[in-house]
Structure formats: structure tokens, C-alpha cells
Design a protein around this ligand. Structure first.
Ligand SMILES: NC(=O)c1ccc[n+]([C@@H]2O[C@H](COP(=O)([O-])OP(=O)(O)OC[C@H]3O[C@@H](n4cnc5c(N)ncnc54)[C@H](O)[C@@H]3O)[C@@H](O)[C@H]2O)c1
Length: 337
């Protein structure tokens, strides 16, 4: 399978290496609008026989790729995805799906019209630890409480510094998508507040607190900050789920534990027994390698992968509903399509 990679920035290099390392993929072309950026990245990664340039149309004509990987900034995803789909090529795009819900709808429709797969790489789904936490929840009965805490002091350079709602738009998509994956529920409505503490180095609000009503009566709360130095949580967030038969927590790292109700107990509390799970990484492709494996499997078997654009739209819709709620001060519905 010949790949055309678009975007040679920080994450583009991660993709360049992942595509270059894959036994069944040839990284045939790499383009970036910055002249020489793709060629420089090819040199840095010691890749060979890669067409480089600034124009994806020329690259398509030259190498006739089998699929496109889009690693441009969010506001460029629409342009790249529509061009690839119009050329009859399936697309694996970086998150977030797009920079607005209107653009996202246009891209989903373009995928339908072209009859080509458009999948969004939510790489944090492809992690044996989140899979283990999801599996553990079957022991606590149907959860109706799910919490995620995300506190990281991120001192970025680049497009994030200027973007509005940097935490919600650029990062919370991972956590919101993880909440859908973990619970199997979709968001119905949200109330959210966005804010910037006095010490924040971000131009726009880098903190948010959101309460989602999810399908099946689940309440999902998100507390996030990108301007909290020290005592960082994991990038995967810290999680707690509560069901009728107990509670489960994941520290976002290796601690994945539940307390399962198993006896009447004494005094205030019922008796519980702990249940620890160890993530199983046997034959597991993690992160973007996991996204790539899922995408290639879907192309090969003509099946719908996780994070296909119709499904991923529901995670992006959580982001935009949270932003709208924060702007209006009201609970707002979360779009499903
Ligand atoms: N999944 C993750 O963990 C993760 C981490 C970082 C970034 N990302 C995502 O990856 C994407 C890129 O982020 P980044 O950090 O690499 O950004 P970046 O700014 O470092 O790189 C983006 C590159 O795209 C190029 N570009 C812009 N417009 C283009 C166009 N029309 N055609 C070709 N190239 C174009 C830019 O010149 C730049 O080199 C974003 O969507 C971001 O949200 C995901």
C-alpha cells in the first residue's frame, strides 16, 4: 500500500516514522506547504525513494498512492481530506476531525459521496491500558458515573498558542472520545465552563469543567487544565467509574483497579474485594501504529474501523457543544450528525 503523507511538522514526523517502519506500507510521497520541509524530514528519518514537494496534487499524479495520511493543522484538514477523497483516495486524518462542525459534516458527506473511507486517528484509543479499564467495567454493573481529570502544564510553541479554546479543541477531544470508548455511551447534552487562571500563559481559555449527560443515564464529568504546572496527571487523564456493584479507577498509567461489592459489611460501608487488571499488550499496536493497523485492516476487509468519520463526529460534537455551552452559559444538546 502506497501512502501519501501531508504535513511534515511535529506529528507528521511521528507518522513518517510509523509509515516508514510498517512492513506492508511504502511511504511513497510526503508534502508540506513549507518548501523543503518534507525533504528535510525525509533526510532526518533516513528514508529513501520518497517523492517530496509542496503540492499534494502533484504527489498524487506522480506516485499514485493508495491512501492519504493528513497531519496538517486542524483548519487545513477539510482542504486536504476533500482533495484526497475527490481523487478517489481513502484518508486517515489526525484528530480533530475538523476545525468546525460544518466543515466536519462536509467531510463526512464527501466520504459518503466518494465511497471512500475517512477515519480519524484517535491514537489514545489504541492502548492496552484503556482497553483493560474498559474491560474492568463489566465487573461493576452499568456505570452511571464517569469522571476524568486532566491537569498538565503545557508550554507549547506553534499553532496551539494562538487558537481559541486550545484545551477543548486540541486536547479534550482525546478525553471525550475516550469517555465514549470506555462507556459505550454517546453524549446527549453538556454544561461547560471555560476559563483562564490569572497565571495562565495561554492567550485563550486553557481550563474547562464540563458535565455531560450521556445515553443510558450516565453522567460524565471532565475537569481539565493545560496551565497546571506540577503534579501532572497522565496524558490519558485519571479516571473513575461507579456502577451498582462497585467502583473502578485508572490512574492513566499502570494502576487499573476496581473494588467490587461482595458482602454486607459493617457500619457505614459494605464489604468489597479488590480486582486488579494487568494490560495485555500481546500483539497490540499502540498509538498511531494502532490507528494505522485499524485503518489498513478496514481497507483490506472492507469493514468499518473504530474512529470512522461518522462515529468520530460524535466525539468532535462533544467539543463544540462544550465550547458553545461555555460561550452561552447554557446547557446545550450535543449533535449526533
Ligand atoms: N494524536 C496526537 O497525539 C497528536 C499530537 C500532536 C498533534 N496532533 C495533531 O496533528 C496535526 C498536526 O499537528 P502538529 O503538531 O504536527 O502541527 P505542526 O504545526 O507542527 O505541523 C503541521 C504541518 O502542516 C503543514 N501544512 C499546513 N498547511 C498545509 C497544507 N495545506 N498542505 C501541506 N502541509 C501543510 C505545516 O507547514 C506544518 O509543517 C493536528 O491536527 C494536531 O491536532 C495529534
Amino acid at each position: 500500500m502506497k501512502a501519501l503523507l501531508v504535513g511534515a511538522g511535529g506529528m507528521g514526523r511521528v507518522w513518517g516514522k510509523t509509515l516508514g517502519d510498517h512492513a506492508d506500507v511504502e511511504l511513497a510521497a510526503w508534502v508540506d506547504i513549507r518548501p523543503d520541509a518534507a525533504a528535510l524530514a525525509v533526510e532526518e528519518l533516513k528514508l529513501t525513494n520518497v517523492f517530496t514537494g509542496t503540492d499534494m496534487h502533484k504527489a498524487i499524479a506522480s506516485v499514485q498512492p493508495d491512501f492519504v495520511v493528513d497531519v496538517t493543522p486542524p483548519e487545513i484538514h477539510r482542504e486536504v481530506t476533500l482533495a484526497a477523497l475527490a481523487a478517489g483516495l481513502p484518508v486517515l486524518g489526525e484528530k480533530p476531525l475538523s476545525d468546525t462542525l460544518e466543515h466536519a459534516r462536509e467531510m463526512v458527506t464527501a466520504s459518503e459521496k466518494a465511497g471512500q473511507l475517512y477515519m480519524v486517528s484517535q491514537n489514545r484509543r489504541f492502548d492496552p491500558r484503556i482497553a483493560a479499564f474498559k474491560g474492568l467495567l463489566s465487573n461493576i454493573g452499568k456505570p452511571e458515573i464517569l469522571n476524568a481529570d486532566f491537569y498538565i502544564g503545557a508550554h507549547f510553541e506553534g499553532f496551539r498558542k494562538e487558537m481559541p479554546s486550545p484545551l477543548l479543541l486540541d486536547m479534550s477531544i482525546h478525553t471525550f472520545d475516550a469517555a465514549r470508548y470506555i462507556s459505550g455511551a454517546d453524549a446527549v447534552s453538556v454544561y461547560c465552563e471555560e476559563f483562564n487562571p490569572t497565571w495562565s500563559w495561554w492567550k485563550h481559555d486553557a481550563c474547562a469543567t464540563a458535565l455531560f449527560e450521556m445515553t443510558g443515564g450516565l453522567r460524565y464529568t471532565y475537569r481539565g487544565s493545560w496551565c497546571s504546572d506540577g503534579r501532572h496527571t497522565s496524558w490519558e487523564s485519571e479516571w473513575r467509574a461507579v456502577g451498582p456493584l462497585g467502583s473502578a479507577t485508572w490512574d492513566g498509567d499502570q494502576q487499573i483497579i476496581a473494588d467490587i461489592v461482595d458482602a454486607p459489611g459493617e457500619g457505614l460501608f459494605v464489604g468489597t474485594k479488590p480486582l486488579h487488571v494487568t494490560p495485555d499488550s500481546t500483539d497490540f499496536a499502540s498509538g498511531v501504529a494502532g490507528s494505522l493497523r485499524e485503518f489498513l485492516r478496514a481497507l483490506k476487509t472492507n469493514t468499518t474501523p473504530m474512529c470512522e468519520c461518522h462515529d468520530n463526529f460524535k466525539s468532535l460534537a462533544m467539543v463544540f457543544a462544550a465550547i458553545e455551552s461555555a460561550a452561552t452559559g447554557r446547557r446545550v444538546p450535543v449533535a449526533q450528525n
